[in-house]
Design a protein around this ligand. Structure first.
Ligand SMILES: Nc1ncnc2c1ncn2[C@@H]1O[C@H](COP(=O)(O)OP(=O)(O)OP(=O)(O)O)[C@@H](O)[C@H]1O
Ligand SMILES: [Mg+2]
Length: 256
């Protein structure tokens, strides 16, 4: 008799860190930036990472995104273990499977908005899926600005170009390090709305670092870091519940 295969839970995981540690320096100057962090980022979920300055948020994101090396533990993107990859393979994986949105928009000033959006695929020698790219451009509301260079766009519009660029190649996962940190609240709300729509409507997986409880409330789940460890998790956050949790950090110390 054969048993039906049990659905593999791991297929729902876009990225996973297991016992991930990152230690900078040695001896007296040693800093444990990440202390055996284990976390799953599930597909089609928007996760916000919060925590005090220096708690390891950027380090976690950079290690999981293959932008930085780690000291021990393991990371996988989809089914691929990052530790098993050579430099070239890692570069390819970052290019093909991961999208990035940084606080500083990182657009090339000499290229138009549209050229910036398709640049990663142009570099990879991949033909953009025109229909898809069009729908992404429409979603972020850039149709009338495609021929403009970054200097001719507002901050919010530039960040929307960066969001469209991250979405355009349909990566398995998008990482944003304070993607709305440089935007006024209205532009920030727009960009967060697009990110959430990309999760709801397109099944995109997004992980973002933020300091802002209002931004975190757009997420499906908020993960709190303190001193390089995960200390709490909130599902279905509201700005108030996130703020409440942050206050408890302050009142009871960083690892309450
Ligand atoms: N290149 C480095 N060399 C030594 N220590 C580092 C280095 N980069 C980061 N750190 C340390 O690792 C810890 C985690 O840093 P990280 O940048 O991940 O913090 P963060 O949570 O993103 O903070 P912020 O909210 O200020 O951006 C900090 O104590 C920091 O000083
Ligand atoms: Mg940081």
């Amino acid at each position: 008799m054969t048993t039906a295969p049990i659905a593999d839970r791991s297929t729902l995981v876009a990225a996973r860190a297991t016992e991930l540690s990152k230690i900078y320096g040695q001896g007296e100057t040693q800093v444990v930036a990440l202390d055996r962090v284990s976390i799953d980022f599930r597909q089609a979920e928007l996760t916000a990472i919060m925590g005090p300055s220096g708690s390891g948020k950027s380090t976690l994101m950079h290690c999981v995104a293959g932008l930085d090396t780690f000291s021990s533990g393991s990371v996988r993107i989809g089914e691929t273990e990052l530790g098993s990859l050579k430099d070239k393979q890692l570069t390819k994986l970052r290019r093909d499977k991961i999208g990035f949105i940084f606080q500083a928009f990182n657009l090339l000033p000499t290229l138009t908005a549209l050229e910036n959006i398709t640049l990663p695929m142009d570099i990879a020698g991949r033909k953009p899926d025109k229909q898809w790219v069009d729908s992404v451009i429409q979603m972020v509301g850039l149709s009338g600005r495609l021929g403009h260079r970054p200097a001719q766009l507002s901050g919010g519009q530039q960040q929307r170009v960066a969001v469209a660029r991250a979405l355009a190649s349909r990566p398995e996962i998008i990482f944003g390090d304070e993607p709305t940190g440089n935007l006024d609240s209205r532009s920030g709300a727009e960009v967060l709305g697009f990110l959430r729509n990309s999760v709801r409507e397109l099944g995109q997986t997004v992980v973002m670092v933020t300091h802002d409880p209002v931004a975190a409330a757009y997420a499906d789940r908020v993960v709190f870091l303190a001193d390089g460890r995960i200390v709490d998790e909130v599902y279905g956050p509201t700005a108030d519940s996130v703020l409440d949790r942050m206050k408890r950090f302050d009142a009871k110390g960083r690892t309450s």
